[in-house]
Design a protein around this ligand. Structure first.
Ligand SMILES: Cc1cc2nc3c(=O)[nH]c(=O)nc-3n(C[C@H](O)[C@H](O)[C@H](O)COP(=O)(O)OP(=O)(O)OC[C@H]3O[C@@H](n4cnc5c(N)ncnc54)[C@H](O)[C@@H]3O)c2cc1C
Length: 463
């Protein structure tokens, strides 16, 4: 078996893992990031907007290492920048094809070793300390040793294998649906935005009290129009999409969400499909079964948009996301657990290491979707101990698998928060190594916070 040895090993190279690897390397650790897929980026490559990095007021609440990725995208004309949906949030849109190159460039600049096509399948653990992770790639097994591991696998694979407690769903037994994003190019903005402006009853707008103010739906639709970018949420119970579902032109769904991915290709990403059968996203057979259903829904949505949505008549189908999107699997239980109450009251806390601003967003069956705003167009704090898994001394959590209740996970799972928790996890791991700590809990909170501020993270001063 091949043997590798690094200071910090990041397992999973999605938003959280990429941020963690950049942060660990910037903070002085020799760093490797391992991913099962063929390219780093995870859901950052799906074309979806990066949510939760700004609050509804348009204030940035997550910055730091993520800025390096945005800057690299911008340099390649792949950054569309913050836009408002006039419903609940402001978000960031990037070109997912450019994103692939941007991530590779930033990691190379920081000398991060990248290992693709490789699964973490086992852990070697003693007394709550993970000494190595067993990796399986096509031609060999590798024993990867590290002083600290960041679990950025989305599913909490490392922490769960090492014995940290976790939850899967809650007492309801429900799991959010799986979906497949796709893109269409050649979309004409002007007729599309005129249609949006003239059909406010079909849109979800003004669900944030802050964004609503004293504005009518028509006023908000006009603002979407005037922003000049295809950012819209057609609601499942509105005349446009609801009518299509009733006619059988569209499968039952809570939304058709459209966001821009490339100005030069006139391209948008579309979020519309879903299979809501409590699919376990860690179960290959269950996910594989959903794929053909989702692909048919993609084609049905493409056909519907081309037939019924002004601006899409001559648009082309431009491809599906690299993989099925999994919204919900394991939540690893940490030293602290962020709750829905923390998020929906916009709680600020002294042990903040990053923030969240996206509404609680829990998709359900058919046209069901829970959406609960963060009050006052503001943000909530994510505390340091939600990244420390119970029972383990040298594993740090980042991204979707961080410690949260199911309700809180409806907002902490956003890519903005994955970038923010990844940044904190990578920096904390590297600092712990530099200080000779054998347990991540020995790292003084004040030093971590001060380093994160120095690295551009936002810990205070926002709504
Ligand atoms: C349908 C859908 C729509 C969404 N819409 C939005 C949106 O509009 N905006 C937004 O901000 N967020 C959205 N989200 C949420 C968000 O995309 C994800 O929660 C987030 O990207 C998760 O990031 P992550 O880094 O934790 O995990 P991921 O992006 O899932 O990355 C995990 C990586 O780890 C790798 N991996 C997993 N297990 C292993 C292993 N054992 N060994 C090696 N590698 C492994 C995977 O290959 C993957 O690359 C959506 C999610 C879904 C599914």
């Amino acid at each position: 078996m091949q043997h590798l040895d690094y200071d910090v090993a990041v397992i999973g190279g999605g938003a959280a893992g990429v941020a963690a690897a950049i942060a660990a390397a910037k903070t002085g650790a020799s760093t490797i990031v391992v991913d099962a897929g063929p390219m780093l980026g995870g859901e950052l490559l799906s074309g979806m907007s990066i949510d939760g990095a700004l609050n509804a007021r348009g204030e940035w609440v997550v910055k730091g290492v993520s800025d390096e990725i945005y800057e690299e995208c911008r340099a390649m004309d792949g950054f569309i920048g913050p836009l408002c949906d006039y419903r609940l949030i402001s978000y960031i849109c990037c070109d997912p094809e450019v994103m692939k190159i941007a991530i590779a460039r930033v990691l190379a600049r920081h000398n991060v070793t990248v290992l693709l096509y490789t699964h973490a399948t086992e852990v070697v653990t003693k007394d709550g300390r993970v000494s190595s992770v067993v990796l399986q790639s096509k031609n060999r097994k590798t024993l990867l040793s590290a002083k600290y591991f960041v679990d950025a696998s989305g599913d909490g694979d490392v922490a769960a294998m090492a014995g940290a407690p976790f939850e899967f769903s809650d007492e309801s037994g429900d799991l959010q649906p799986v979906s497949l994003m796709f893109r269409m190019s050649g979309v004409e903005n002007e007729p599309f935005l005129d249609f949006v402006r003239d059909n406010s009853a079909s849109l979800a707008v003004g669900e944030s009290d802050y964004l609503r103010g004293d504005r009518s739906d028509d006023d908000l639709a006009q603002l979407i129009h005037d922003q000049g970018e295809p950012t819209v949420f057609f609601r499942g119970n509105g005349p446009f999409l609801g009518g299509a579902i009733q006619r059988g032109d569209m499968p039952p769904t809570a939304l058709i969400m459209i966001m821009p991915t490339s100005k030069s290709r006139k391209e948008v990403c579309v979020n519309a499909t879903r299979v809501a059968e409590n699919i376990d996203g860690t179960h290959a057979i269950e996910v594989s079964r959903a794929v053909p259903v989702l692909l048919e829904q993609v084609w049905q949505t493409v056909s519907f948009l081309k037939k019924r949505c002004p601006g899409f008549e001559n648009a082309s189908f431009a491809g599906v996301a690299p993989r099925v999107g999994i919204r919900e699997t394991r939540r690893i239980m940490g030293e602290d657990i962020i709750t829905g109450e923390d998020c929906k009251t916009g709680r600020k806390r002294p042990d903040v290491i990053t923030k969240g601003a996206h509404h609680i967003d829990i998709h359900g069956d058919g046209i069901k979707q829970v959406r609960i705003q963060i009050p006052d167009g503001g943000s909530y704090d994510i505390g340091w101990r939600t990244l420390i898994p119970q029972k383990l001394s040298n594993v740090v959590l980042a991204g979707r698998c961080m410690s949260s209740t199911r309700e809180a996970n409806g907002t902490t799972r956003m890519m903005g928060q994955c970038l923010g928790t990844g940044h904190a996890a990578g920096t904390a791991a590297a600092m712990s190594i530099a200080a000779g700590h054998t347990d991540i809990r020995q790292l003084p909170l004040e030093s971590l916070q001060s380093k994160l501020r120095e690295q551009g993270a936002i810990l205070e001063g926002t709504h």
